[in-house]
Design a protein around this ligand. Sequence first.
Ligand code: FAD
Length: 389
Amino acid sequence: MSAADYDILVIGGGIQGAGVAQAGAAAGYRVLLLEKQAIASATSSRSSKLIHGGLRYLESAQFGLVRKALRERAILLRIAPELVRPVAFHIPVYKNSSRKSWKIWLGLSMYALLGELKSGACFKYFSKAQWPSRDGLNTEGLRAIYQYWDAQTDDAALTRAVMHSAIELGAELDCPAEAVSASYTDKLHQVRYRNRNGEKQITSHALVNAAGPWVNQVLEKIAPRSPRLEIELVQGAHLLLDAPAPSAIYYVEAPLDKRAVFIMPWQGKTLIGTTETRFEGEPDTVSPTEDEVRYLQSIYRYYFPKRPADIIDSFAGVRVLAKAEGSFFSRPRDTILHMSSPALLSLYGGKLTGYRATAEQVIAMLRPCLPGRTPKADTAKLMLHPQRD
Ligand SMILES: Cc1cc2nc3c(=O)[nH]c(=O)nc-3n(C[C@H](O)[C@H](O)[C@H](O)COP(=O)(O)OP(=O)(O)OC[C@H]3O[C@@H](n4cnc5c(N)ncnc54)[C@H](O)[C@@H]3O)c2cc1C
C-alpha cells in the first residue's frame, strides 16, 4: 500500500463526522477531520436533543432502527452520564386522539421489549387524581397519561465531547477548513482544502463524506464522479418559550395533522418541536418559517392554554431523507452508508442517537482499503466528558 498523509480523511464536524473520527482513531488509524465552520455548527446543534429509541418509529415498523437506538441509548447513558440524562416522557391521550390508549400501551410494551426490559424500560399509567399536577396540561377530554423513560442531551456538547475524545486518541482536527476538491490517483485520495493559512493538499487512503445536508454538494467536488443518492432536504424547527421548564417531556399529537411533537424542558425554559417542511435553499440559511412558528405555537396553546408562550429563541435544522413516496413523517430514519469505489463513503441522514454504532460500521466497511493498524480503544467503553465551546 502506498504511503499517505492520513489513513482516513473525514469531511464534516457534526456528530457523524466526529463519531467516525473517534472510531477511526480508536481503531488505530491516522485520521484528519475537516470542518468548514465549527464543530456541531449545523444539524448537530439543532436537533430535538433526544437520545432515544424513537417510539414513533414503531408506527412505521422501523424495528431494527429502534432496537439499535435503544442499545446505543444504554451505552451513552453509561459512558456519558454528564451529557446524556434519563428523562420522563408523558403521553397524554384524549377522547379525540388518533393514537388510542390501547395503541400507546402496545407501543410502550414493544418499546420495553426492544429495550430488553432493562432498567428504565418500564412504563406506567397516571391515575386521574394525579392529573391536575401535570404542569397545567389541558385536561378537557383527557382519558389517560402514560409515562415512560428515554434520555435527553445537549447535542452540540455531545458532539464536541466525541471530537475531543477523537483528538485524545490521536485524530487531528482542522477547523475552520473547507474541503474544496478531491481526486483519486495511485490508489490515494488527493484532497485540496482551504483553511485560514490558504490552500493545502493532502493524501489519504479513505475518504468519509459526513457533510450532513451538504453531502451531495461535497460528492460533486470529488473525482471520479460517483453516483449519488437522490435525497430530499426537510427542515425541522424548534421554539424556545419563556415558560418554566415542564417536569417531563410531553409527547403530544398535533391537533391539525396528528404528527407527534415534543414539549420539553430545556435550559430552565420550554422547548417545542419539531416540524417537517421541504427545504430547497442553501443549508447554511435555514431558519423557522412563519407557518412553522404558527403551527408550533398553536400546539403549545392547545395543550398548555394557561402557560406563557412568548418566544425567546428559535432554530431550525435540515434532515437528509432518501427520496421516496409518502409523507416525510413516515420515511425511514436510519443512516444510509453509500460506498463508492474507491474507498469513498458518504453518510446520508440518520440519528444523533446512533452515531457511535454508525461510526463503527463505517470503519468496518473501510477496513479492507486501509493499512493494518493496532486498535487503541473501544468506543463503547470510552468515557465522554463535557468540553468548553
Ligand atoms: C429538526 C431535527 C431534529 C432532530 N432530532 C433528533 C433527536 O432528537 N435525536 C436524534 O437522535 N436525532 C435527531 N435528529 C437527527 C440528527 O440531528 C442528525 O442526524 C445529525 O445531527 C446529523 O449529523 P451530521 O454530522 O450528519 O450533520 P451536520 O451536523 O449537519 O454536520 C455536517 C457538517 O459538515 C460540514 N461541512 C459541509 N461541507 C463541508 C466541506 N466542504 N468541508 C468541511 N466541512 C463541511 C458542515 O459545516 C457541518 O458542520 C434531528 C434532526 C433534525 C433536523
